[in-house]
Ligand binder design. Structure first.
Ligand SMILES: NC(=O)c1ccc[n+]([C@@H]2O[C@H](COP(=O)([O-])OP(=O)(O)OC[C@H]3O[C@@H](n4cnc5c(N)ncnc54)[C@H](OP(=O)(O)O)[C@@H]3O)[C@@H](O)[C@H]2O)c1
Length: 306
């Protein structure tokens, strides 16, 4: 019998790379998908084959382009003959880069109209439409496979579709409203798809990470480290706040924290249509209004410890 197959979009970096690694470690064949990171994807796949002896198949696809999500799913099924779990993970923030490569961040009410449209298009094309098309084709492939199992006298195997969305679907931040819009838009698709998948033993859920230490959060935050004079990254800034008490667990996540949750969420046969935060308690009531205080407290703790 062939091994089960997991396809993860955007698995050439960060969370996606950790998810394919985790599934491979459990004996699954995986698809490593990249957009710009072909070399990274090849290296991740080679490491997986060497460490776990499973097949790691690499497919490039720019999922912001209309037909690419469909091709990615179809090539996976053509290669492996099955698709057991699919994780829609590819995503970008809404920030555009200026001519010098610097990140442009406007507060919502100050954003010029043309920029407003461009940054919204950037996240809708990939985070929403890419994920939407990808999920639709995965669901179709899974329903076809489940129907064939039943028609040949068997029972439909449990299959799973997971969307990595974000706590930014509700957590406010004035410079990245488009990103939050793209993620909250997906929530509805997840709930609707769960109803179509259910009769075929397919579960569909949303995993909403808090702040995770990946290249996505390695961008500058605007906050200067007074000791070094350098700019903290977004990950550093949220780590400081976490240390200062902004969330229940006093650290930001690493990609493996999310990979463990992705594995768990896709293996719960009776959970579907859920949008669940894996955020160390970031979105628990009480944290939001006190960000500045938590930041100062985190900085103080760091100073006291050095
Ligand atoms: N990091 C966080 O704090 C955090 C929090 C909440 C939610 N998330 C979500 O988690 C997901 C993964 O983020 P990450 O932090 O792991 O970021 P990351 O390290 O920057 O990885 C992003 C992945 O998306 C891929 N990607 C980018 N543009 C693409 C396109 N046009 N077509 C196909 N793939 C594309 C990248 O591929 P290439 O590198 O090959 O171009 C990369 O593999 C995203 O959906 C993000 O919104 C992250």
């Amino acid at each position: 019998m062939s091994r089960p197959v997991c396809l993860v979009t955007g698995s050439s970096s960060g969370i996606g790379a950790a998810v394919v690694g985790h599934f491979a470690a459990q004996g699954w064949d995986v698809v490593v998908n990249y957009n710009s990171g072909q070399d990274r994807a090849q290296a991740i796949a080679a490491q997986i084959r060497q460490d776990h002896g499973v097949d790691a198949f690499v497919i490039g696809a720019d999922l912001s382009q209309r037909d690419e999500p469909f091709r990615l799913v179809d090539e996976t099924v053509a290669h492996f003959g099955r698709l057991d779990t699919a994780v829609s993970n590819s995503g970008v923030t809404n920030y555009l880069r200026g001519e010098d490569g610097e990140l442009i961040r406007y507060r919502f009410h100050e954003t010029p109209p043309e920029h407003l449209d461009k940054e919204m298009a950037r996240v809708l094309d990939l985070n929403l439409m890419g994920a939407y098309r990808f999920g639709q084709r995965c669901l179709k492939q899974m329903i076809d496979a489940a129907t064939a199992e039943v028609e040949s006298g068997g029972v439909a195997t449990h299959r799973s579709l997971l969307f990595i969305t974000s706590i930014s679907d509700i957590a406010p931040e004035t410079t990245r409203i488009p990103y939050g819009v793209s993620k909250s838009g997906l929530n509805h698709a997840i709930i609707g798809a769960a109803f179509e998948g259910g009769p075929h033993n397919i579960t569909v859920n949303g995993l909403r990470p808090g702040v995770v230490d990946t290249p996505l959060t390695g961008r500058p935050s605007g906050l200067i480290n007074e000791t070094t004079g350098e700019e903290y990254t977004v990950a550093d800034t949220y780590a400081l706040m976490a240390e200062g008490g902004s969330q229940a667990l006093p650290r930001i996540a690493d990609p493996d924290d999310i990979a463990v949750a992705a594995w768990a969420f896709t293996h719960i046969p009776y959970m579907t249509g859920q949008l669940i935060a894996v955020d160390g308690g970031f979105t628990l009531a009480g944290g939001f209004p006190n960000r500045e205080l938590f930041l100062q407290e985190g900085l103080k703790k760091r100073r006291d410890n050095t």
